[in-house]
Design a protein around this ligand. Structure first.
Ligand code: ADP
Ligand code: MG
Length: 687
């Protein structure tokens, strides 16, 4: 979000040499609209190609950079194929490089000219060669771009190719940088915080002369992201302070007594603590803005239920917004179960609510006759005008975009807001990132829960696991088998889930009743399957990640996760949270063959701990906050380059600086800060 200029920037990419409409579109897809955006489109990683090897020293299998003279250019058409072969030589020897089916390359190379190759050397028919190396013809005038240096590797999208992007960047930095990047910190401030000059930092992020300089450049960019974020956040808090009033919800104590008297269980200490924190906020005439975080299964729903009950008891309305229909229905059942004995009626609204029912519901809501409504984003539609909405609860908050809920919050009196998440973020980080949110935390799980045993195993053992599952099912247990669905390859993934379902049904789980749910199953049908799973009629539920959030069946004690390496750490933890919810011991089996060290680490962490806070922290470390919330979720990543966990010391430093800049009103009163002030006002549009 932070470091990019708004699209009102006159220098649209279209006007840059080398960027046609097609490329401009591709860049727009990754959020790059202006020259400045592009200058801030930093490499994903770097390859050290700065050390040149001698041809005689080459070792098969290792990526290397070599430099030499072109000795021969050969072009061999072979039936439908073609091969371009270039022979290069240095003082120590010669080496061929080959390209298949790229005939135009033969015109790129001229005998006698100098060239740099970067790639892996292979042994082919007993001689060494490079196939399709990256290359660069050496123009003695120009510093090498692609090889012979620390080379940037950019995050790619469809039609953006590494080589052309690199060249484009090089020229952009030469021709345009001065026009678009202006230092906005005064010299003494930079000195105090030991910060590299901004345009130098931008340049070094792309083409660092050394890893040391790259480190300094990154430090500058990260500091800026944090500082700008903090300033905008503090300004926003200042702006909204005292702007809204809210309904005051009184008599929490009496209501809590009545509420707990009818509950089928006793609240945990953390549930009581958080309930009281919330009740304390709700009695005020200023809107609450509170995050309730607690691990999966910690019992957040009942805390929200009390807050909603309090709203109803005070004569107002409350709503709970959830990301999926399954979850909406489940909340509806729970809330009705807890609140109807207390005389409070609850409604359910999703996009599959039949029209007549919907109309009746809306009339009741708009007239204030219905106190509590549970639903999906369907309850954000315009014809729904709560007569006196005092509280909005948002469950699984990270699944929603920020803009989606503004519609209910823009009114005055403004509803109190309670957002709930099971992807906890460390408290200090939460405070820093959401400075305007108060945080309540449930750490303790309800009594009697047993730890989930988690195993990471090879899929070859599938039959053994399923045999085990069969036996447990005979003793009355239930199981989930989960398949990943990843957006780009949805069809294929869906097919895999369906095929496996058929295979299980006819094979290893024959004779056991199995259900299949995924995003494409029609909602009535899905509802029917979920209900019969909940009722224990279906013993094994084969599902895609649609069951990731919230679903609650305490009798399900086993879970198999297929292709576990394709899920993020937090997501796996969420899914695993569907089991271990009752009194019985539970087991989770991860099938996965990760290809990267990071992937293995994810699975290993899961087998070792069940602490959602720890897992979230590890996840942030491994992935960075950009992808922290997973691939499907909405909202801009908060930072492009910075990682609030790994860069925590810089975050603290930037936060202190932001407080100082605003506290001393430097932006208004000091000439030295006019550049930053101008920059911030251009940013504020996006924020
Ligand atoms: P989450 O925090 O993941 O949203 P839920 O609110 O769905 O968790 O609660 C998980 C399960 O624990 C539900 O079946 C709920 O009824 C049950 N539960 C909640 N609080 C308690 C408690 N204090 N004692 C026993 N069971 C509880
Ligand atoms: Mg929940």
């Amino acid at each position: 979000m932070v470091t990019q200029a708004p699209s009102s920037d006159t220098s649209h990419l279209r006007y840059i040499r080398g960027i046609g409409p097609k490329r401009a579109d591709a860049l727009a897809k990754v959020g790059v609209h202006t020259v400045r955006d592009l200058l801030y489109y930093f490499p994903r990683r770097y390859e050290d190609r700065s050390h040149l090897s001698q041809i005689s020293d080459l070792i098969p299998g290792q990526p290397t950079t070599i430099q030499g003279e072109i000795l021969a250019v050969k072009f061999k058409p072979i039936r439908r194929m073609s091969i371009v072969e270039i022979l290069i030589g240095d003082e120590s020897g010669t080496l061929p490089a080959v390209w298949f089916n790229q005939p135009y390359l033969k015109n790129q190379f001229v005998e006698g000219e100098k060239v740099i190759f970067y790639g892996k050397v292979d042994l082919y028919q007993n001689r060494l060669q490079m196939s399709s190396p990256e290359y660069e013809l050496i123009d003695p005038e120009e510093a090498a771009i692609h090889t012979g240096r620390i080379t940037p590797v950019y995050p790619l999208t469809e039609s953006l190719f590494q080589r052309s992007l690199r060249s484009l960047m090089k020229h952009l930095l030469e021709d345009e940088k001065a026009k678009h990047i202006h230092e906005y910190f005064p010299q003494p401030f930079r000195q105090e915080h030991d910060l590299m000059e901004l345009s130098e930092a931008v340049e070094s992020m792309h083409f660092p002369a050394s890893f040391e300089l790259l480190g300094r450049a990154r430090q500058r960019i990260v500091f800026d992201e944090f500082l700008i974020f903090q300033i905008l956040l503090l300004q926003k808090i200042e702006r909204t302070k005292n702007k809204y009033t809210s309904f005051e919800l009184k008599n929490a104590e009496d209501s809590l007594k009545a509420f707990t008297a009818k509950l089928p269980f006793i609240l945990t200490r953390d549930q009581i603590k958080t309930t009281l924190e919330i009740a304390f906020d709700l009695q005020k005439a200023t809107p609450m803005n509170r995050l309730l975080q607690g691990d999966v299964g910690s019992g957040k729903t009942v805390v929200a239920a009390f807050a909603l009950y309090l709203a109803a008891k005070n004569g107002y309305q409350g709503a709970i917004l959830v990301p999926t229909e399954i979850l909406a229905e489940q909340h509806f059942r729970n809330l009705s179960g807890w609140l109807e004995p207390l005389g409070i009626r609850v409604g359910l609204l999703t996009s599959s609510t039949p029209k007549p029912r919907r109309e009746k519901l809306i009339a009741e809501i708009n007239q204030g006759k219905l106190s509590i409504l549970a639903g999906t984003h369907a309850l954000l539609q315009e014809d729904i005008q709560f007569q006196k909405l005092a509280l909005l609860v948002i469950d699984e908050q990270h699944k929603f975009g920020v803009h989606q809920r503004n519609q209910l919050l823009g009114k005055n009196p403004r509803p109190h807001q309670l957002v709930m998440t099971a992807t906890p973020i460390p408290r200090t980080l939460a405070l820093t990132l959401y400075g305007d949110l108060d945080v309540s935390t449930i750490r303790e799980l309800p009594k009697g829960r047993q730890p989930i045993k988690t195993y990471w195993i090879t899929r070859k053992k599938q039959h053994l696991i399923l045999q085990h599952i069969r036996e447990k099912i005979e003793q009355g247990d239930q199981a989930y088998v989960i398949f990943p669905i990843i957006e780009e390859s949805e069809k294929m993934d869906l097919l895999a889930a369906k095929q496996e379902y058929e295979k299980l049904r006819k094979g290893l789980l024959a004779g056991i009743s199995i259900g299949l749910v995924h995003g494409k199953v029609e909602s009535l049908e899905r509802d029917r399957i979920m209900k019969s799973f909940q009722a224990g009629e279906i013993k094994v539920l084969v599902a895609t990640s649609v069951i990731e959030v919230g679903v609650d069946n305490p009798n399900a004690t086993m879970m198999v996760i297929e292709n576990a390496e394709r899920f993020g750490l937090s997501q796996l933890h969420q899914m695993r949270g569907r089991i271990g919810r009752g009194k019985k011991a539970s087991e989770c089996f991860l099938f996965g063959e990760p290809k990267t060290e990071e992937g293995s680490k994810r699975l290993r962490i899961l087998t070792k701990t069940q602490d959602g806070f720890l897992i979230a922290e590890e996840d942030l470390k491994l992935r960075g906050p950009g992808d922290f919330w997973g691939t499907r979720q909405s909202g801009d990543p908060m930072f492009h380059t910075a990682n609030p966990i790994l860069d925590a010391p810089l975050l603290e430093q930037a936060k202190a600086a932001a407080h100082k800049i605003l506290g001393e009103k430097l932006l208004e009163n000091s000439k030295e800060w006019t550049e930053l002030k101008a920059f911030l006002s251009s940013m504020a549009i996006r924020y």
